[in-house]
Design a protein around this ligand. Structure first.
Ligand code: KG4
Ligand code: ZN
Length: 367
């Protein structure tokens, strides 16, 4: 029996057992892969943190819609994300966001081939909203359902638009929760070389901004005040020689001591401190990534995650790398669902679909 309304299977006969995924073993469902047809549209859903997002992407590259309802103004009042507030807000926003993504893409459920949703890493309560909505839509419209690792999704921002990554490539994923250096040898093939030992790069930006009395999220706030400013202070860089790990908590502590010594803060001093702080993070991320890229003789470096939107970081990579560096546009570096849909397109071919007993995995890693 072919799936009702779903054009995704290229005429392949799909057993009705998939639709009753609850009764089918996860192993059976996961092992099934699907034929790809042209103009394949995937609905992506992303709710891992504080953005409620849905997008429709065609053939893993063309964004037909990409709707992001940010909760940033709500969490800014508290100086950071409040998990309980985030999940409640996702509940309120998710259905209108999905409807808007479908309307803006000018598609009906008959046009959608599959649903891809983030199942980890992230906040459990937030992930649960997206995963359960995706399961419900999958059941209601008899559509295949694909669980996506959020970190893998970030990497697939580089496939959107005109991006043409080549394998093997080295991926630097720098977000609010991760600073991972990952070797990617093919679609879905990852080896994690390094990770943060304490604060992630985005977390460091957020904490540094709080120390300096700047807003949340900290990365854009630090970038804005540091733009065009000469760094005024010498802050530490944790090189962690001999491995590909990162560490930023010492830098954060050094900034805190600098602020405590200073006492009262004025905007010129804050801008110089912010520029110094940003420069330390950029120095470490760029130097360690370029060293690993040279050692591994990769053909490309891919940046991904919210911190990849930082202009100082991108500028330094572009100015100092002899290996081509791909950097997604800022709106595709930060959390959105187009990256999840793009990743879903490749999963559909290589890893197949998931059954409905797939659960959220808040501590999911990559490679
Ligand atoms: O990838 P993302 O949107 O969400 C997570 O998966 O965590 O990353 C959010 C992080 C925040 O820590 C934010 O401060 C940082 O990315 N960020 C930036 C910039 N834009 C966002 N950091 C530095 N410069 C930016 N322009
Ligand atoms: Zn993210």
């Amino acid at each position: 029996m072919a799936l009702g309304g779903c054009q995704a299977h290229g005429g392949e006969v799909v057993s009705p057992g998939y639709l009753n995924g609850i009764t089918e073993s996860a192993a059976q469902a996961i092992s099934r892969t699907y034929a790809i047809i042209p103009a394949m549209k995937i609905l992506g859903i992303e709710t891992s943190c504080d953005e409620t997002a849905a997008a429709v992407v065609e053939d893993g590259a063309d964004i037909l819609s990409n709707i992001v309802a940010s909760q940033v103004d709500i969490h800014a009042r508290y100086g950071g994300i409040v998990p309980e507030v985030a999940s409640r807000q996702h509940l309120i926003t998710i259905l209108p966001v999905v409807e808007t993504a479908m309307a803006e893409a000018e598609v009906t459920w008959q046009d959608i081939a599959a649903i891809a949703v983030t199942f980890g890493p992230g906040l459990a309560g937030s992930l649960l909203v997206g995963v359960n909505v995706a399961k419900a839509i999958s059941l209601a419209h008899r559509l295949p359902f694909i669980g996506i690792n959020h970190l893998e999704g970030h990497i697939y921002a580089n496939w959107l638009g005109d991006g043409q990554p080549v394998f093997p490539c080295l991926c630097l994923i720098v977000s609010g929760g991760h600073s991972d250096l990952v070797l990617m040898s093919g679609h879905g093939k990852f080896e994690r070389l390094g990770r943060t030992r304490d604060d992630a790069a985005g977390e460091a930006f957020d904490k540094g901004a709080r120390i300096l009395g700047l807003g949340y999220p900290g990365g854009p706030a630090i970038e804005a005040v540091a733009e065009g400013v000469t760094p005024g202070f010498s802050l530490p860089r944790a090189w962690l020689k001999g491995n590909d790990d990162f560490s930023f908590s010492g830098l954060k502590t050094a900034l805190l001591h600098l602020v405590q010594e200073r006492g009262s803060l004025d905007s010129t001093w804050v801008a110089e401190a912010a520029a110094s702080f940003q420069q330390s993070i950029v120095d470490v991320l760029v130097k360690k990534t370029l060293e690993a890229a040279a050692r591994l003789r990769v053909g490309q470096i891919l940046l991904a995650g919210g911190v990849a939107a930082n202009k100082a970081l991108g500028g330094r990579f572009m100015g100092s790398s002899s290996i081509p560096v791909l950097i997604p546009p800022p709106g595709l570096c930060t959390d959105n669902a187009a990256i999840i849909a793009a990743c879903g397109y490749y999963h559909f071919q290589s890893a197949g679909v998931n059954s409905y007993d797939m659960d959220v995995v808040p501590s999911l890693s990559l490679g």
